[in-house]
Design a protein around this ligand. Structure first.
Ligand SMILES: [Zn+2]
Length: 428
């Protein structure tokens, strides 16, 4: 039966249908065209040898499982975007556990694997994290992070949606994964497609591209992660800005690691487990270094004399191309931490790839930190202090194979057909 014949039966459905028509008119979509949108998105990504992560509501997945399965086989990652498209910040942990149960069952029935989650409207609460940990998700990507890239394009509508999302400012918080009690949290960068088109109302491709290229430039300079948000239904409107961003990312050296969210979360854990051992050599003022971990791990040396193969990397760093080598240094090139310092400081520095030692003896280290309290607001200033310093430092790079920064294309699929759009507005 034609779904619109059913839709015509109820008043709620009529309103939903009206909204769906507004949406399809705005984006020039028809239900038939919608089926091809993901294919077109995937083809554009392939041009740049890139993949993507698309969080999808379980109900949209169930109605389109053949299309989704096909794309998953082509290497697109799918994550859970709620059972239906509702505001999770209004639900208790128990309610979220139950809704995730339903969503997981739908993914399993559709034979589409998943490892991550993003809240509808980027709105989460502590119960969301509890529920994700309960269900052993690898990662959550619901925290919005807004970049200062508007160049006078700002609008009250954009500020309103930023507040609604509970987004943080990238000038105060790093755009990096963070492993917290068994769950990797990955921020979602803003403005995304909705910000560019609906809130900032940027019609010019040049202005849209400028904003994303600016975020790419800043994340590259900082060695951080750009999660570029593009809801697949807008691929035709934003294909040039996306292509410009991917082309620029692919042209940079050292490279930008273009990866899916599951790859980024897995890497973050794997790299954190890498062991870097520094032992005094038989020669004075020399240390033997040994790296035990993934082959792709990046070893970086700043202002250090390295006996072993190196190549210039970025800024003051050289990349060490061997996993065992000798360095000349009067002090161990690691960061000293006072025993009274907060566990959060230790966790944070380890996750960045820095080598740390907890010690009472502050004189043994080029940098010695004493922070009995360490809050997320302290992370960005501390990174600035370490990275802008010039004392000898040995560290692991954040990203694999010598990459300077990371880029993930990601976009939520709230609905795939006109019919899904209608139902979305009814939270069905
Ligand atoms: Zn959504």
């Amino acid at each position: 039966m034609n779904p619109f014949a059913i839709a015509a039966k109820g008043k709620g459905f009529k309103n939903a249908l009206a909204r769906a028509r507004v949406i399809t008119a705005r984006y020039g979509l028809t239900s038939h065209k919608m089926d091809n949108i993901l294919e077109r998105f995937a083809r554009l990504l392939q041009t740049y040898n890139a993949s993507a992560t698309f969080p999808i509501t379980a109900v949209a997945l169930r109605r389109n499982s053949a299309t989704i399965q096909k794309l998953a086989q082509q290497g697109i990652e799918f994550a859970i975007h709620g059972y239906t498209h509702i505001d999770h910040s209004r639900l208790t942990a128990e309610e979220q556990v139950a809704r995730l149960n339903q969503a997981i069952a739908a993914f399993e029935t559709s034979q589409v694997s998943f490892r991550g989650f993003r809240c509808p409207y980027l709105r989460w609460n502590e119960g969301t994290l509890t529920a994700l940990r309960y269900h052993r998700f690898l990662y959550d990507s619901s925290q919005g992070l807004t970049w200062n890239v508007l160049n006078g394009y700002d609008t009250p509508a954009y500020q309103r949606v930023i507040n609604f999302y509970g987004a943080r400012e990238a000038s105060s918080y790093p755009a990096l994964p963070s492993f917290q009690d068994g769950l990797v949290r990955i921020p979602y960068c803003l403005p995304d497609d909705e910000g560019l088109i609906d809130r900032l109302q940027l019609a010019s491709m040049k202005a849209q591209s400028e904003i994303w290229l600016n975020i790419l430039e800043q994340t590259y300079k900082l060695g951080e992660l750009f999660t570029l948000g593009l809801h697949p239904e807008r691929i035709d409107l934003l294909k040039e800005p996306l292509a410009a961003t991917l082309a620029q990312a692919r042209s940079l050296s050292p490279a930008v690691w273009v990866a899916r969210l599951d790859e980024i979360a897995t890497w973050w854990l794997e790299r954190t487990e890498t062991k870097l051992t520094i032992t005094p050599s038989t020669h004075p003022d020399q240390f033997e270094v040994r790296v035990d971990g993934a082959k792709s791990v990046t070893v970086l040396a700043r202002n250090l004399e390295v006996a072993g193969p190196t190549r210039p990397w970025f800024d003051q760093y050289d990349q060490v191309m061997s996993k065992t080598f000798t360095i000349a240094a009067t002090q161990r090139p690691v960061i000293g931490i006072s025993p009274q310092s907060a566990k959060a400081l230790v966790d944070f520095l380890r996750q960045q790839g820095y080598l740390i030692e907890i010690s009472k003896d502050s004189h043994n280290y080029p940098l010695y930190l004493h922070h009995p309290e360490f809050k997320p607001e302290d992370e960005r200033p501390l990174l600035g202090k370490i990275e802008n310093g010039s004392w000898p430092l040995l560290r692991l790079g954040r990203w694999p194979n010598g990459a300077r920064s990371a880029l993930c294309v990601t976009g939520d699929i709230d609905a795939l057909t006109l019919w899904d759009y209608g139902l979305r507005t009814l939270n069905k």
